[in-house]
Write a protein that binds this ligand. Structure first.
Ligand SMILES: CC(C)(COP(=O)(O)OP(=O)(O)OC[C@H]1O[C@@H](n2cnc3c(N)ncnc32)[C@H](O)[C@@H]1OP(=O)(O)O)[C@@H](O)C(=O)NCCC(=O)NCCS
Length: 334
């Protein structure tokens, strides 16, 4: 019997603290106009002191589990995508599991802004192989404690926000229910790893992972060659999106919603234009949340479900690009 992996529930959790572009302009040489024009972002959410990434992940996870009509005990495995883990090790997933209870296997997956798409592929593999029936897939990021909020870091700092999104992926063996993940296509190009990265702390540094020298040159903050990233994003995203559609036998005009990673509104407008996708099929929330890396796509999916944009039987394409470089696209029938 064919086992499909379907999204049985979605969830999202954003910190309450809103940080506007004008707030940022108090700490660095930037402006609301510059940020909105270049990225589309108006505000983002930041955690408050004492708040942990796993707290956001718990909020999103509990919603996704409840939305699927399940309890935390029913989860067979947790896959959590993050580039901003709560501590060096173990991964954020372990702190999430502590909060949810249980002893199900859990692990973190590192694929940056494509982390959720890579995690979906892994979770789908677990389900269709029969290893697990219910896999919680979480994207969770806290960027606010890892950015340089002085003028030196302004090109990156204005783009990122904190948040978590989750889905409960469950086995679907009902031959009359076609809902499920049809295809996930992924790619990576490690030769560009240093184009968007945080160099430290890292086990390749001697004699310790973080040194006064690394701190002095701010190697613990992200650096990015923005234009280079932009160029590659607008090339890779349409290509992988079409590959995933092709592999799943779905025609582009039959897709009801295109959910893009929320890195930059201009990137997404460019991709939509290039593929002649009507803007009403490309919802966005980057205006309110900024780039939440691995959490952006599941937060957008959860919002679309809540605002009634998703109906059973609809076809949804999820596409992203990020540090690594990584890219990916998933096609699912809701
Ligand atoms: C980051 C990005 C918005 C910058 O836009 P850009 O048009 O490429 O801007 P540039 O980096 O060329 O900088 C243009 C000018 O704005 C300045 N600038 C950079 N950040 C600024 C900020 N926050 N506020 C005001 N000015 C800023 C630069 O210093 C530069 O000034 P100069 O011309 O005097 O040297 C854009 O490159 C981008 O979106 N790249 C992709 C980023 C991305 O998606 N990352 C995540 C992938 S997951």
């Amino acid at each position: 019997m064919t086992i499909r992996a379907r999204v049985a529930g979605t969830g999202m959790c954003l910190p309450d603290r809103v940080v506007t572009n004008d707030d940022l302009a108090q700490w660095m040489d930037t402006s609301d106009e510059w940020i909105r024009q270049r990225s589309g972002i108006s505000e983002r959410r930041w955690i408050t002191p004492g708040q942990q990434p796993s707290e956001l992940a718990e909020g999103a996870a509990r919603q996704a589990i409840a939305d699927a009509g399940l309890e935390p005990d029913d989860v067979d495995c947790i896959v959590l995508a993050t580039l901003s883990a709560e501590v060096e090790f173990p991964g954020t997933s372990f702190f999430l599991q502590e909060r949810l209870g249980g002893e199900m296997p859990c692990f973190d997956l590192r694929a940056q802004c494509c982390g959720f798409l890579f995690s979906l592929a892994v979770a789908k593999g677990f389900i269709v192989s029969g290893q697990f029936r219910r896999v919680l897939v979480v994207g969770c990021e806290v960027h606010s404690t890892g950015i340089d909020i002085s003028s030196e870091g302004r090109d990156v700092a204005v783009l990122f926000g904190d948040g978590s999104g989750a889905v409960l992926l469950a086995a679907n063996e009902d031959p009359h229910d076609p809902s499920g993940l049809l295809e996930v296509r992924l790619g990576a190009q490690g030769k560009y790893a240093r184009k968007l990265w945080i160099e430290a702390p890292g086990s390749g540094h001697h004699p310790t992972r973080i040194t006064p020298e690394l701190l002095t040159r701010k190697a613990h903050f992200p650096t990015m060659e923005g234009r280079f990233v932009f160029k590659h994003a607008v090339t890779r995203m349409p290509r992988v999106l079409l590959e995933a559609l092709d592999a799943s036998g779905v025609k582009q005009h039959d897709v009801d919603l295109f959910l893009f990673h929320q890195a930059n509104l201009r990137i997404n407008e460019y991709v939509a234009n290039h593929l002649e996708i009507p803007p009403e099929k490309v919802p966005s929330n980057i205006q309110r949340y900024g780039n939440c890396s691995s959490a952006s796509i599941p937060i957008l999916l959860a919002e679309c479900q809540r605002n009634g944009s998703l109906a059973p039987g609809q076809l949804v394409s999820l596409t992203g690009f990020g540090s690594g470089f990584t890219w990916g696209s998933a096609v699912l029938r809701w």
